[in-house]
Ligand binder design. Structure first.
Ligand code: FAD
Length: 474
């Protein structure tokens, strides 16, 4: 950040969107280079009475990193790895280090981030602020479970060093607290030791939703990663059909190429072409399929393609290739067109999930709004105050936002089903929730405890993103 404007109201004005592009706003934007500049910005915003929201790589689908009436502080420029200990797997990073930046540094030493989302673009601050989960959430918990300590610069002018032993209330509120309490300026994490750069992967077809749950339950005890793709266009007896992928870490002795080779960064790089086309062009070919009939063809083809592979066949895939499938096609979100799309991801307790997800898929069908991409995952509870984690399941669904009113109405209907079942939601994947939904899903008590911490660290309520205005109005 070279030179602050005379007033923050004169900071550059930019259109800032959620990853789904269905929500956007013009915001004043500044990008500090270090913790000192960030603290100065917070102090200036306090003096000028300008609201603030923090932003990482902007990979949240909705509005948590947008601030329509104020300043967006982008921390992606604070991206140094401060220290790395390859004997313990403990790393200290600035907030803007991305998942990609992290594994590129640590994998050659045999360490992979314990939790990664479906894209490698997010920053570690963004992952901590949302308490991101991976395809191994049932086994290792979310990002927060692997954070040992962090520094949080708060609007009260103090920097809080937080861990399970120090400022533990702030520790448990800021992880998953969508940046509402202050800015992460340093995070310390423990990474997962891996013996090989490869995973052993198996695809398992499920003909129905019930079968998907059954396969998950059989495989969970022995799986390192488990994720289900569901055909959102299928109905009747095929409702919920799809393909589940199980992946397991490979031990060094079973790595056919040898760890010295597979732990190299070059072995992780995603292919530069898909079916002979440069990756960067592929989203153009996807655009014509982004209609209900187009999607039906795509999903049906994907499902029946699974019959081509022999049941039980296992294959090897690099960590990056397995984890970051959604990064294969850069800019794929543009295929949705100008109206963009939303992701809606309810989390439902174990005992109710089979019934609730069936009802949700049937309701989408009844309203003529099939989800374009549907992903099933198993989760476990964690100790963070506003966590979406629970002993249950989630169903992430992408919907094009072309018919906005109908879509929002459908999501409100689905929210009623989820809340009645004791479910929760995930703020990184939300654009539709209302204050009453959030209060019923998370409980008044948790919200009150969260706001007690917020009042202490941010007495003037300086930090206000569009998400907060929408779901947690003061
Ligand atoms: C293709 C795709 C796949 C995904 N897959 C998954 C998945 O499998 N699992 C999952 O859990 N999520 C997933 N996500 C969501 C994504 O991981 C989260 O939204 C994550 O928070 C994005 O990080 P970011 O750096 O882009 O942060 P942003 O989206 O820019 O911001 C997210 C939050 O972090 C806060 N924040 C950012 N920087 C700071 C800071 N320095 N201090 C305090 N707060 C800060 C912001 O205020 C905001 O509330 C996926 C997203 C995409 C686009």
């Amino acid at each position: 950040m070279s030179g602050l404007p005379s007033s923050l109201a004169n900071a550059p004005l930019r259109v800032v969107d959620g990853f789904g592009m269905a929500v956007r706003a013009a915001c004043r934007c500044l990008a500090p280079r270090d913790a000192g500049e960030l603290a100065e910005l917070l102090a200036r915003a306090t003096r000028e009475g300008m609201s603030v929201a923090f932003r990482g790589s902007g990979r949240s689908y909705g509005d948590p990193a947008i601030n329509a009436s104020g300043l967006v502080i982008d921390t992606t420029g604070m991206n140094r790895i401060l220290s790395w200990d390859p004997t313990t797997g403990v790393v200290d990073v600035e907030p803007g280090v991305t998942i990609e930046g992290l594994w590129r540094r640590t994998l050659p030493d045999g360490f992979w981030p314990a939790v990664v989302p479906g894209t490698m673009a997010p920053t570690l601050a963004g992952c901590a602020a949302m308490n991101v989960h991976g395809k191994n959430n049932f086994k290792v918990g979310p990002t927060g479970d692997h954070v040992l300590e962090f520094d949080l610069a708060a609007p009260d002018g103090r920097t809080y060093t937080c861990s399970r032993d120090q400022n533990e209330d702030v520790f448990h509120a800021a992880i998953g607290g969508f940046g509402a309490l202050g800015a992460f300026t340093r995070l310390r994490l423990r990474l997962k030791h891996v013996e090989s750069g490869l995973l052993e992967v198996e695809a398992i077809r499920n003909r129905t939703l019930e079968e998907a749950f059954d396969i998950f339950e059989q495989r969970l005890p022995a799986a390192d990663y488990l994720v289900g793709w569901i055909d959102g266009t299928a109905s009747g007896r095929s409702l919920g059909r799809g393909v589940i992928h199980q992946a397991n870490y490979l031990t060094a002795d079973r790595d056919p190429e040898g760890p010295a080779k597979t732990l190299r960064i070059a072995r992780q790089d995603l292919p530069s072409t898909i079916l002979g086309f440069p990756r960067s062009l592929v989203w153009h070919f996807m655009a014509p399929f982004m209609t209900a009939p187009g999607l039906w063809w795509l999903n049906t083809a994907k499902y029946f393609a699974s019959y081509l592979s022999r049941p039980g066949r296992k294959y090897l895939q690099s960590h990056a290739a397995f984890a970051f499938l959604l990064d294969y096609v850069p800019n794929w979100r543009l295929a949705y067109g100008r109206a963009g799309f939303i992701q809606y991801q309810p989390f439902v307790p174990h005992g109710a999930a089979r019934r609730v997800f069936r009802e949700i898929l049937e309701r989408c069908r009844a309203r003529g709004t099939p989800p374009y991409l549907v992903v099933l995952k198993r989760h476990r509870p964690d100790p963070f105050l506003l966590t979406h984690g629970l002993d249950g399941w989630s169903l992430a669904m992408d919907f094009p936002a072309r018919q906005r009113e109908q879509l929002w109405a459908l999501c409100h209907e689905l929210t009623e089903i989820v809340v009645a079942a004791g479910g929760k939601f995930y703020f990184a994947k939300d654009a539709v929730l209302r204050p009453t939904d959030v209060e019923r899903a998370f409980g008044r008590d948790r919200l009150d405890r969260f706001f007690a911490v917020k009042r202490r660290l941010d007495p003037q309520g300086l930090i206000r993103s569009d998400l907060m205005r929408r779901v947690l109005p003061a």
